[in-house]
Design a protein around this ligand. Structure first.
Ligand code: WQD
Length: 347
C-alpha cells in the first residue's frame, strides 16, 4: 500500500503522458495508467520501469467503456485524473470527423462519469493551442478568441465547453484545461520519446528521422509567410517542461478550489528554418530540405503568452530550442526505429 495520492492517467502510454507519468512519480504521486494502445505501444512500459524504479501500473482499457473504467476506479480510487486519451492528428481528423468526435468526446464524457461515480471531481484536460485558430494578435493570451478550424481542434474546444458546463452544473468539479503549444523533445535518458506511426505529421519528429537517415529530405511547407524568414513560426515547448506543467496544474487543483485554463508554451516563437539549423547543430547531421507550397490549414505564426500559467501555477518552461533538439536527437539516435528498437543501455 502507498499513501502517495493516486492519479488516473488516460492515454498513459502516449508521448506526453509517459513524460507526465515520470514527472508525477518524481513529484510524489502514485500513477494508475490506462491505455488501449490504439495509438501507442506497450513496449514503452519496459522503458518506464527503470526510470520509475518499479513496474508501471497500467490497465489495458478503452476509456469509452465507462463500466469497465468505473469498476477499475472502484477497486483503485483516485484523487484526480489527467486525461490524454484522444486522437490527435489534424489532417486525419478532416478525413475521419466522426471517428474524432466519437472517440475524443465520448472518452472525455466517460472519464468524467467514471470519476463522478467514484466521488472524484478533479480533472486535468489535454487541450491545444489549436483552439485559437489563426491568431489575430500575438502572443496568444487565454482570453483570445477561440474557433475550430478542423475536427480535432473542435473536439478540444467542445471538450473545454463540456468541462465549463459541468462546473456550472456541479461546483464540486475542479478542472484544468491545458492548451499545449508545440510539444517536442524527449526525456534526457533517451529511453522514452516521440514515436509517431507512419510518416510524421509534425516538424521535429520528421527532422529527427531525416537526421538519423530514415527519411531523405524534409519538405518545408511554404517560405512565403509574413515571418522573419518566410517559414512558419511556432512555440516549441520541451515535453519535460510540458509534463511539469501538468504536475503544477494538478497540485493547484488538489490544494485550492476553482478551475482554470492556461497556455503551456515558452512565449518564444521559432521558424521552420530556425528548427532545421538548431537540429543540425544538435545532431551534427545535415538536414537537406526542399521548399514546397504551404500545407492547407497552416497558420503563419503562433506563440503563447505564458504569463497566466506562471502567475497561477508558479510554472514556466525552462528548456530552450537547443536542449529540445539535443534531447530529441539522443532519443532518435538511440532508437532509430522508435520503440521497435532494442532498449538502449541506460546512459
Ligand atoms: C510546425 C511547422 C509546418 C512538418 C500541430 C497541431 C497541433 C498540435 C501540434 C496536437 C508548421 C511546418 C511541418 C513538415 C514543415 N498537435 N512543417 N514540414 O501544425 O503547428 O501543430 O501539431 O495537439 O494541434 O495542429 O505543428 O509540427 O505539424 O508544424 O514545414 O514536414 O512546421 O508548416 O509551420 P503544427 P507541425
Amino acid at each position: 500500500m502507498t499513501d502517495r495520492p493516486r492519479i488516473l492517467l488516460t492515454g498513459a502510454a502516449g508521448y506526453i503522458a509517459t513524460h507526465t507519468w515520470l514527472a508525477l512519480a518524481e513529484a510524489g504521486f502514485d500513477v494508475l495508467g490506462v491505455d488501449n494502445f490504439a495509438n501507442s505501444s506497450p513496449k514503452v512500459l519496459d522503458r518506464l520501469a527503470p526510470l520509475l524504479g518499479h513496474a508501471p501500473r497500467l490497465e489495458v482499457l478503452d476509456v469509452t467503456q465507462t463500466d469497465a473504467l468505473q469498476d477499475l476506479l472502484r477497486r483503485e480510487p483516485v484523487q484526480a485524473a489527467v486525461h490524454f486519451a484522444a486522437y490527435k492528428a489534424v489532417g486525419e481528423s478532416t478525413q475521419k470527423p466522426l471517428d474524432y468526435y466519437r472517440n475524443n468526446l465520448m472518452s472525455l464524457i466517460s472519464v468524467c462519469e467514471a470519476l463522478r461515480s467514484q466521488g472524484c471531481h478533479r480533472l486535468v484536460f489535454s487541450s491545444s493551442a489549436t483552439v485559437y485558430g489563426d491568431p489575430g494578435v500575438l502572443p496568444l493570451r487565454e482570453d483570445a478568441p477561440t474557433t475550430s478550424t478542423n475536427p480535432y481542434g473542435a473536439t478540444k474546444l467542445v471538450g473545454e465547453q463540456i468541462l465549463r458546463d459541468l462546473g456550472v452544473a456541479d461546483p464540486a468539479w475542479q478542472t484544468a484545461c491545458l492548451r499545449y503549444f508545440n510539444p517536442v523533445g524527449a526525456h534526457p535518458s533517451g529511453l522514452i520519446g516521440e514515436d509517431p506511426r507512419g510518416t510524421p505529421n509534425n516538424l521535429m519528429p520528421y527532422v529527427a528521422q531525416v537526421a538519423v537517415g530514415r527519411r531523405e529530405r524534409l519538405q518545408v511547407f511554404g517560405n512565403d509567410y509574413p515571418t522573419h524568414d518566410g517559414t512558419g513560426v511556432r512555440d516549441y515547448i520541451h515535453v519535460v517542461d510540458l509534463a511539469n506543467g501538468h504536475v503544477a496544474a494538478l497540485r493547484r487543483l488538489l490544494e485550492q478550489p476553482g478551475s482554470f485554463t492556461v497556455n503551456l508554451g515558452t512565449g518564444q516563437g521559432y521558424s521552420v528554418l530556425d528548427v532545421v539549423r538548431a537540429y543540425e547543430a544538435a545532431s551534427g547531421r545535415p538536414i537537406p530540405f526542399d521548399t514546397v507550397p504551404r500545407r492547407p490549414g497552416d497558420v503563419a505564426a503562433c506563440w503563447a503568452d505564458p504569463t497566466h500559467a506562471h502567475q497561477l501555477l508558479g510554472w514556466q518552461a525552462r528548456h530552450g530550442l537547443a536542449r529540445m533538439c539535443e534531447d530529441s536527437w539522443r532519443w532518435q539516435r538511440l532508437n532509430p526505429l522508435g520503440y521497435d528498437s532494442p532498449t538502449p543501455d541506460t546512459p
